[in-house]
Design a protein around this ligand. Structure first.
Ligand code: GUN
Ligand code: ZN
Length: 436
């Protein structure tokens, strides 16, 4: 069965910072997207493709919207959904005062399922179709998450948090139980339908060397699972890591010593990185999740995107909810632009939308499956309504170029602009107020 969608279509083919701008994306003012069995079959100009379709094929026409691949969130915590917007602290106090108590409740699988259901609906509502997700230390939290993600047919990556020190007793595992629980979850879920597993040490301060080594052992046992953690987010955190691991040559080296770097390793934040650390991330194919709303909310710092580009480090966008203040990648792009302004750098809208789609897929080593609408890719896509609010309607009317329209979407946009989300070609959510 074919599914056919017509409208303005945009997707990326390469990083606009690496190739000539015109080669980095394809834009069809009146395009056609043909989907078969959940995958893209054809993409091109409506005028030429329509002629090749059988006369009775139904075409869904989005007249006023922009069709693009679903957003990819490369770092988010589902158990922090209900503690988003907790007042007053920077990272370490915020963890103690708000995060750890909130995560305690995920030992209860029924509660975890309820939150997972709500969380995934929030992601879809914001136009995010794939995410790399933290669970809690509890195995049940990951079973709950994957159960719900599987029902929704989503491409999702998640893992049980590993932490065997410097956290409350009720959240502490051991190097051994962390290993065996993770192994059982990998055997049960990794590569089941569209689900994949991430070995997830919380961050260096909450794991012993023994536990980090065990995480590395899991990666060597299962070479295609992910590694997901935090890195160089906050100055006090970095000092603490230096005190806990005096024998290592910096924060990244703590992970490196346990063989945790690689093509499927994703480090959240990397706000305060040395050049040597960028080089090492680049050499190993590791990725950074840039989480603008979180970095500003926790007062962590201003991510140096230019440095990451100079060293050719893979970067994706992350919301980092609950330190991040929105599920919306569009809202994250707004803050990302301002962060680059404060650094004296320009973040172009083309780069922004690249990072949110194909860039995220490359960061997750999933560019063969998702990230754009090239034939053969899984057909997870969204429709953005340019006219979602009266202000946007007026502002968009003034835009003469795609560059301008994308920039307005990234500055004024949020969930209200996502008028439809499709998973494997099937519509899963629609905003009734949408005009597209
Ligand atoms: N570092 C260790 N744990 C966390 C967390 O839950 N959120 C953020 N933003 N940073 C962390
Ligand atoms: Zn985080």
């Amino acid at each position: 069965m074919l599914k056919v969608y017509r409208g303005e279509i945009l997707h990326f083919l390469a990083d606009p910072a690496k190739v000539a701008l015109e080669q980095s994306y394809q834009h069809f003012a009146d395009g056609l997207l043909v989907i078969e069995d959940g995958k893209v079959k054809q993409l091109g100009e409506a005028s030429s493709l329509l002629a090749s379709l059988a006369a009775d094929v139904e075409v869904t026409h989005y007249q006023n919207g922009l069709i693009m691949p679903g957003f990819i969130d490369t770092h988010i915590h589902y158990p922090q959904t209900e503690m988003i917007a907790s007042y007053g602290e920077q990272l370490l106090e915020w963890l103690e005062n708000y995060t750890f108590p909130a995560e305690r409740r995920f030992e209860d699988e029924a509660y975890a399922k309820d939150v997972a259901e709500f969380f995934l609906d929030q992601l879809l509502d914001a136009g995010t179709t794939t995410a790399l997700v933290f669970g809690t230390v509890h195995k049940a939290s990951v079973d709950a998450f994957f159960t719900v993600a599987q029902q929704k047919k989503l491409r999702m990556i998640c893992g049980k948090v590993l932490m065997d020190r410097n956290c409350p007793d009720f959240l502490t595992d051991t190097a051994e139980t962390g290993f065996t629980d993770s192994k059982a979850l990998i055997e049960k879920w990794h590569n089941t339908d569209r689900l994949q597993y991430a070995v997830t040490p919380r961050f260096a301060p909450t794991s012993t060397r023994e536990q980090l080594d065990k995480a590395g052992e899991l990666l060597s046992l299962y070479p295609d699972v992910y590694m997901h953690t935090h890195l160089c987010e906050n100055k006090k955190e970095i000092e603490w890591v230096q005190a806990l691991f005096p024998e290592n040559n910096g924060y990244l080296d703590v992970y490196d010593q346990s063989n945790l770097l690689g093509r499927r390793s994703v480090f959240a934040h990397g706000v305060h990185l040395h050049d040597e650390e960028c080089q090492r991330l680049s050499d190993t194919g590791s990725a950074i999740a840039f989480c603008p709303t979180s970095n500003l909310f926790l007062g962590s710092g201003l991510f140096n995107l230019k440095q990451a580009e100079e060293y050719d480090v893979n970067v994706g966008m992350g919301t980092d909810v609950g330190a991040g203040t929105s599920f919306s990648i569009l809202r994250s792009l707004n803050e990302a632009y301002k962060i680059q302004q404060l650094r004296g750098e320009k973040l172009t809208p083309f780069k922004s939308f690249y990072l949110s789609t194909l860039g995220g897929a490359v960061a997750l080593d999933l560019e063969d499956q998702i990230g754009n609408l090239a034939p053969g890719k899984e057909a997870d896509f969204i429709v953005l309504d340019y006219n979602a609010t009266p202000l946007m309607e007026r502002r968009i009317k003034q835009c003469k170029t795609l560059h301008e329209k994308l920039f307005v979407l990234s500055m004024l946009g949020d969930e209200r602009n996502v008028c439809a989300t499709h998973i494997l070609g099937e519509k899963v959510g629609e905003r009734v107020t949408g005009k597209a």
